[in-house]
Every structure is written in C-alpha cells, then in structure tokens.
Design a protein around this ligand. Sequence first.
Ligand SMILES: CC(C)(COP(=O)(O)OP(=O)(O)OC[C@H]1O[C@@H](n2cnc3c(N)ncnc32)[C@H](O)[C@@H]1OP(=O)(O)O)[C@@H](O)C(=O)NCCC(=O)NCCS
Length: 187
Amino acid sequence: MTGEATERTTTGAADCVVREMRWWDIEPVMELEKDLFPQDAWSRGMFWSELAHSRGPGATRRYVVAEKDEQIIGYAGLVVSGDQGDVQTIAVARDHWGTGLGSRLLTELLRAATSFECAEVLLECRVDNVRAQKLYERFGFEPIGIRRGYYQPGNVDALVMRLRMASDDDSADATSPDGEQGTEIHD
Ligand SMILES: CC(C)(COP(=O)(O)OP(=O)(O)OC[C@H]1O[C@@H](n2cnc3c(N)ncnc32)[C@H](O)[C@@H]1OP(=O)(O)O)[C@@H](O)C(=O)NCCC(=O)NCCS
C-alpha cells in the first residue's frame, strides 16, 4: 500500500464509523447494491451466505459497513482461500463519492487480508469502471488479465487486478520476471 493511500484514510470520510457488517445491515446494503450495481446486483441470499462465513475460528470472510448518522453509506467484503484474498465487493453511496470513503473501506479489507496472512489479494472490476480501477491502482493493484464476459447479462469483460502483500519474499519477487502480466484468463 502506498503512503498516499494511508494518508487519504485519515482525511476523507473521517466522520463515519467503519465496522463489521451484521445481518441487520443487509436491507440498507441491498438498497445501495441495487442503485450502484443495477445490472448485476447481489441478492439478499448472497449477503446472508457471505456473512455466515464471516465469524468464528473458521471465518473466511471480512465484511464491513460505513455508517454515518445511523445510515449505511458504504460496504465492502473480502473472501480468503488459502493465502489468497479476493475483494468481493466495495461500494459507496453516490453522494459520498470522492470523500475518501472508498479508500477507507479498501484499507480495512487490506488490513483484514494481512490478519488472514494473505500473500496476495485479487479482484475483478468491470473494464469500463475507470473510477474503481484508479482507486485500486493507488493502493498498488496491477492488472494481470481479462475475464471475457464475466459480468452477465451485459456480457461485460472484467479486468483482473492483483496486489502482492508485503512479505519476506519481496526481494526475490522483485528480481523475478512477472510472466503473468497481461495474461488472458479464461474461465
Ligand atoms: C469505486 C468507489 C467505491 C470509490 O469510492 P469513493 O469513496 O469515491 O473513493 P475515494 O473517495 O477514496 O476516491 C475516489 C476519488 O475521490 C478523490 N478523493 C479521495 N479522497 C478525497 C478527499 N479527501 N477529498 C477530495 N477528493 C478525494 C480521489 O482522488 C479519487 O479521485 P480520482 O479517482 O480522480 O483520483 C465508488 O465510486 C463506488 O461505490 N462506485 C460504484 C460501485 C463500484 O463500482 N464498486 C467497485 C466495483 S469493482
């Protein structure tokens, strides 16, 4: 993560609370979900399923919400499998865009990825979602491939991005060629 991103988290959206998402947050999150992802919104059941795996010793998920004046204004989620994390979702209410809240939520997910001892964090992003891509790039995510037609029913491609988490092996990584750069990924 860059120093710039860390600084943003202390300035933007400073007056809201970021906390664990619980089942009673699903309804307000669904309202945002339908507004922000009109073509491929998650169902209530998907959020219930994710939250079912977010607590206890075997937890593999971390979901958070941003709350301001008792209103949910953002949410984000990470799933972990082995030493790989995946940003499942991140969203901010439109009237709070550009306040640094997206950065704050992503910071929280990356903190969770560190706790889960992830070696890398991946995500998919619509190729036309430049705003989100810029957010991810600021945190050090790099494009590693395209998933054709990942978003249905619109048949929109996904850009796959990856962030390597800091580890003792970093010096070895820095000297090895990155053969995956620009690789096409086919499901
Ligand atoms: C993508 C998304 C989460 C970004 O959230 P956000 O709160 O606007 O993110 P940030 O405020 O941290 O950064 C966005 C912009 O605000 C600017 N910004 C950040 N902090 C700021 C501050 N304190 N003051 C002014 N501007 C600031 C950033 O420079 C950035 O602008 P840039 O993209 O031109 O560089 C949000 O746009 C969203 O919910 N989009 C719809 C859902 C979506 O697409 N999710 C991603 C799926 S892959």
